[in-house]
Design a protein around this ligand. Structure first.
Ligand SMILES: [Zn+2]
Ligand SMILES: [Zn+2]
Length: 589
């Protein structure tokens, strides 16, 4: 967000508060920051809250009427006593004033029009000139606890949207509407992929047979891509003694996010929030000669992180996260080559779905070094190495201080989806700290112990998050190789059931995921149902087809590209259909 847009948004929060005070004189304004896509202001409305779209529309209209009179922002520094006198009836502002006073910061009042607010600044200097009256819109009302604490009173938050121009606002609204249609929670239900149970708990998705199939296919693809680079499967338990995390540093640094377990004998265990520490112990089981390096371990497994329940929703924030995790244990001299291999895997995987990738080099924040493990020298060395790798690869990259993992810098892949949104997907991390902490070495050519490094990578990252992003990106239209049901056979009448069953057996034997619709519905209804469920292919079987041992093949994707054909490919011999489909599945086209 540019500074000026941020100022516009925050200025509009003031304007909103000014109007609310006019329409609801008893309302107490609290705080009103700018946020992504707009702004909000929290009010204590007391007995008369605004309700319904009409109330919002009225406030919005009054904001537009008032805006031309907001010529210039002025501010002044006031004493705590003056501030208290001005806000004597507003307990929230009084609390803020006390906090500012204690922090030793100056107390400032900002005024525009006839509205004055306690504020740190960050406004348009001349709102009436700088803000286009049609570039903002009040969006919705929500409840919010004062200062985000559920022990505090519930306030009423009014959200607004604001952009530099009306066009940008309209584009955003359109995109949001499209995103709502493509919400992965909605698609997941329509495609019957996952579910939640109140008894199990929120943030703990349960995967149906269809959803499990999709996960399995994705995982299999990643394994195929890894196969030629020498990865080996490993398996670890989901809990560990506290000692492992004390050595790795997670016990202290993961603090709140760690699910802790007490055994009956009072020993402390934890559910794993990541897999690396366990994997180091597989590497450490025996000495390794330099000839055996790198060792590449991979495992698709679930990690657990304790998130606040308020933050959970759909698949994007869950307590149980499935990672397609891998750890390469290698010599310093092997880092670049291993990075390039992983990079190739990531490129192949994401291009299959039509994502474009950008690379972010996530480095540490020097002013908060206490957040990280290791010494500044080790960090410098690791970050220089990553920068060199990105340059060597000729990648489109940018650097982001403060985005590193606690044990090392990362190379994050940012995917742009079909709606133009950016998501962080895969990450490759270079770690020189864990090998130090666990004393991991190999025996080099001179017979000496040599410190090794670790490379962490999860190609999908979290399968749950990847699926959410992928389902929304594709609008639920899964490619043939990934579709839980690849083909549906539609016999026109009962007389065609016997041949339909034969075709079903043939396809099944060929490894195609096929179902047959034996219901007594009309053909039109059966076709519509298959369309709704986004089945890639349908096979229609009637008199003609039975007589010639063929089926009429129709394609969902052809129908989308050339609507006049209704997706019809033609009446084909069953063998021809099988070889066409199996080839398409094999190629993941
Ligand atoms: Zn302000
Ligand atoms: Zn790791």
């Amino acid at each position: 967000m540019s500074a000026s847009l941020e100022h516009t948004r925050h200025t509009l929060a003031h304007l909103l508060a000014a109007v609310v005070r006019e329409v609801y004189p008893a309302a107490l304004p609290t705080i009103g920051p700018s946020v992504e896509n707009g702004f909000y202001y929290d009010f204590d409305f007391g007995a008369t809250k605004p309700s319904g779209d009409e109330a919002l529309a009225k406030i919005e209209e009054k904001m537009r009427t008032l805006l031309p009179s907001w010529d210039v922002f002025t501010h002044k520094v006031v004493t705590a006593t003056e501030a208290r006198a001005y806000f004597k009836d507003n307990v929230y502002k009084l609390e803020l004033i006390q906090d500012i006073e204690q922090s030793g910061e100056l107390i400032t009042f900002y005024t525009c029009g006839n509205f004055t607010d306690l504020c740190r600044g960050g406004h348009c200097e001349h709102p009436s000139k700088e803000i286009a009256p049609d570039s903002f819109k009040l969006d919705r009302v929500a409840g919010a606890y004062w200062r985000g604490d559920e022990k505090n009173p519930m306030l009423t938050r009014i959200y607004g949207l604001a952009f530099a121009t009306k066009k940008e606002l309209d584009d955003y609204l359109l995109q949001r509407e499209e995103a709502r249609k493509r919400d992965h929670r909605k698609i997941g239900q329509e495609l019957d992929l996952f579910t939640f149970s109140e008894l199990v708990g929120s943030g703990l998705p349960l995967w149906t047979p269809r959803g499990t199939l999709v996960r399995h296919e994705l995982d299999r693809y990643v394994w195929e891509l890894r196969a030629k680079h020498g990865y080996q499967r490993v398996t670890i338990p989901h809990i560990t003694k506290k000692n492992l995390y004390e050595t790795s540093g997670h016990w202290a640094k993961f603090a709140d996010e760690l699910f802790r377990i007490k055994t009956r004998e009072d020993h402390e265990y934890a559910l794993k929030p990541m897999n690396c520490p366990h994997h180091t112990q597989i590497f450490a089981r025996k000495p390794h000669s330099y000839r055996e390096m790198p060792q590449r371990y991979a495992e698709t497994t679930v990690v657990y992180r304790d998130e606040q329940s308020g933050e959970l929703g759909g698949l994007t924030r869950v307590l149980s996260i499935t990672q397609d995790d891998s750890h390469v244990f290698c010599r310093q001299s092997q880092v670049q080559e291993e990075f390039f291999h992983i990079w190739d895997i990531v490129d192949s995987f994401y291009s299959t779905f039509g994502f474009t990738l950008r690379v972010r080099l996530s480095f540490h924040e020097p002013s908060e070094f206490e957040k990280y493990l290791g010494t500044p020298e080790v960090w410098q060395q690791a970050e220089d190495a990553l920068r060199a790798i990105a340059k060597e690869r000729g990648a489109d990259y940018f650097e982001a201080p403060g985005e590193a993992a606690m044990y090392g810098p990362k190379l994050d892949f940012m995917a742009t989806d079909s709606m133009g949104r950016n998501h962080q997907v895969a990450t490759i991390q270079l770690d020189m700290n864990q090998p130090e902490r666990f004393d991991l070495t190999c025996n080099n050519e001179k017979g000496e112990k040599e410190r090794i490094v670790m490379i962490h990578c999860a190609v999908m990252g979290s399968i749950e998050r990847f699926l959410a992003v992928m389902l929304e990106h594709l609008g639920g239209v899964l490619p043939l190789w990934l579709a839980p049901e690849q083909v549906r056979i539609l016999p026109i009448a009962d007389a065609h059931h016997a041949f339909a069953s034969q075709v079903y057996d043939q396809l099944k034997t060929a490894g195609v995921r096929v179902e047959v619709d034996l219901s007594s519905e009309s053909l039109g209804k059966k076709i519509r149902a298959a369309k709704m469920e986004k089945i890639p292919y349908t096979l229609v079987i009637g008199d003609q087809e039975v007589a010639t041992s063929t089926a009429t093949l129709e394609s969902r994707d052809v129908a989308a590209r050339q609507p006049d054909t209704k997706g019809k490919i033609g009446q084909l011999a069953i063998d021809a259909i099988i070889s066409k489909l199996t080839e398409e599945i094999r190629n993941r086209s």
